[in-house]
Design a protein around this ligand. Sequence first.
Ligand code: 13P
Ligand code: SF4
Length: 342
Amino acid sequence: MRILGHFYQRDEIVKYADFVGDSFMLAQAAKQHPEAVSFVFCGVHFMAETADILSGPEQSVILPNLAAGCSMADMATIEQVEACWRELTDVLGTGGRMAASDGGLQPVIPVTYMNSSAAIKAFCGRNGGIVCTSSNAQTVLEWAFESGQRVVFFPDQHLGRNTAKAMGITEDVMPLWRPHLPLGGNTVEQLHDSKVILWNGFCSVHKRFTVAQIEKARADFPGARVIVHPECPAAVVEAADGAGSTEYIRKEVEAAAPGSVLAIGTEINLVNRLQQQRPDLTIFCLDPVVCPCSTMYRIHPAYLAWTLESLLAGQVPNQITVDAGVADDSRIALERMLAAKP
Ligand code: 13P
Ligand code: SF4
């Protein structure tokens, strides 16, 4: 048995984890430990699904509290994604390769952020697409543009926009897809002109960060280095000194010179732990109103204790099992993701 923990887990969980990482590292860990009979996944539902898909058929994956979901992942359902795809392919052409006059490129490549259901990952696998995490999103988009004219990016508009902007793609060719409106609220022309179609999803924790908070941090601590997660809005990422995954943020803190000040825009459990690990630095969260990810927080130590006691008693509680057909298609998109190194 191995306990896997995401960086956002509370300290009372992290101290028991065999392996702590960002979502890319945790997906790798699930694949790279065939000796483990089971993984107790201290994170959220889509991460546990991914671990089930990438681990062996005899290995079980357990989510100590089944209510640990992700509100961003819930913002795109497979039915909405399939309806969007039907409309896009009606307007832009079928999923097959286009004629040489179109550069031989597929009209649109589906890319989904790791923070999505296994059904959406499977959809991407079936349609020439791929999964990304916040640590390899640019490499993934580069991969997608090798075979496609444009990308539709589910479900986090901010990660999609921030990544595309860093590649020099301008916002006028990034229409927002609102799932309840015909053509996502866009015109046929806007979709034809697009490079990255952004699903209208967001993270309720990261959307709280603002440019005003960054300005205040710089005024209070001249010389402070500001680093944020790319789920933050584009204006916040642009006003920061750096943006990246939770592992990127951890490495920035590790590399900081003694005495430095770091203002961080991400979940509070990680920020507080980084301060504890580096007492020689001044580290604080940009958001003065402490805001943990409420779903990550649902992995309470009592649930972990119950899970371990059940395993000792020979039971496998709260097992996450992805349907075999969905798992096979998802694995295609996830293996492409693992090949796109951060
Ligand atoms: P990371 O891949 O950076 O760990 O992000 C996962 C996540 O859900 C951040 O909100
Ligand atoms: Fe989902 Fe946001 Fe929590 Fe990450 S921080 S798990 S994106 S709700």
